[in-house]
Ligand binder design. Structure first.
Ligand SMILES: C[S@@+](CC[C@H](N)C(=O)[O-])C[C@H]1O[C@@H](n2cnc3c(N)ncnc32)[C@H](O)[C@@H]1O
Length: 275
């Protein structure tokens, strides 16, 4: 089979790094995520993967996050077998195929057109799985999503690429449209945005990170109707506990300085009627 050429820049390019991290992890003796789809997709893409700066030693910085959001999504779907999933800024992530949601779930993978085109080319079609080629900040695509089911918004590695007004507008539109649901996304705090020059993946892609979220209050104030379910710092998650000692030492050091502790966080909110 011919390999698929990619020529991406800006935010779309960054998903090559997260994809490659998952593929490398899958090849390890004790993988965190074990994503065989990522391995296969990487094999089918013609790209100099060394450009991503991801190696077997640092891939866990991505896969611990992905495993964490798989767990949260799985928990939501276990309670809501009929639901809409908005997987925003999906990149080439195989979450739909990893989680295999039930037949009453409508799943939407949304990303910029160049990424959505690759997704459609590289993954099989599946019932109730839809790929939308759009900016997540464009209100138009949401109007076509069924509005009578509980909704799960997942934004992994997304919010930092949005401006604050665009990000808040997106969250408000989702909360206003569906009867109930959850918002699950990760965020960098303002220090994380200021120090974006240390992020090799972002720098090499030519992207600019914009939206810094210091804590849940930023969201609870800006998005009426949200209730905090969890805020987990990177080093507090169950998946982080599976990493080697060097990471644990770094986590302990970060936990002592609040601004560093909040550099990378996972947020989970409920909205709408209580279930
Ligand atoms: C760091 S990658 C994460 C990809 C995937 N969620 C993962 O974890 O592997 C960021 C993704 O967000 C997408 N993205 C950023 N801004 C976006 C926007 N305004 N609309 C749609 N997708 C966006 C990029 O195209 C890219 O695929």
């Amino acid at each position: 089979m011919d390999k698929v050429a990619v020529n991406l820049s800006g935010p779309p390019q960054t998903m090559l790094a997260t994809l490659y991290a998952k593929a490398l992890d899958a090849g390890l003796a004790n993988p965190i995520l074990g994503d065989r789809y990522a391995e296969e997709v990487v094999r089918r893409i013609d790209y100099d993967w060394s450009q991503t700066s991801i190696t077997a030693r640092n891939c866990a910085s991505v896969t611990t996050r992905t495993a964490h959001f798989d767990t949260w999504a799985h928990q939501f779907l276990a309670v809501h077998p009929s639901a809409v999933v908005l997987h925003l800024g999906c990149g080439l992530d195989s979450r739909y195929f990893r989680l295999r949601p039930g037949p009453a779930v409508q799943w939407y993978d949304v990303d910029h057109p160049e990424v959505a085109a690759l997704f459609t080319r590289l993954y099989p079609t599946a019932a109730n799985h839809h790929v939308i080629a759009a900016s997540v900040t464009d209100p138009a695509w949401l109007a076509d999503i069924p509005e009578d089911l509980p909704a799960l918004l997942i934004g992994e590695g997304l919010t930092m690429y949005l401006s604050e007004p665009d990000g808040v507008g997106l969250l408000r539109r989702v909360v206003d449209r569906f009867p109930s649901g959850e918002l699950q996304f990760d965020a960098f705090n303002r220090l994380g945005i200021k120090s974006q020059w240390i992020n090799t993946v972002v720098r090499r892609s030519g992207s600019t990170l914009r939206w810094g979220i210091d804590g849940p209050d930023d969201i609870l104030r800006a998005v009426p109707g949200t209730r905090l379910l969890a805020r987990v710092r990177w080093f507090e998650s169950d998946t982080f506990a599976r990493l080697p000692r060097a990471y644990q030492v770094m986590g302990r050091l970060m936990s002592r300085v609040p601004a560093l502790a909040n550099m990378a966080q996972y947020h989970r909110y409920a909205f709408g009627r209580e279930c």
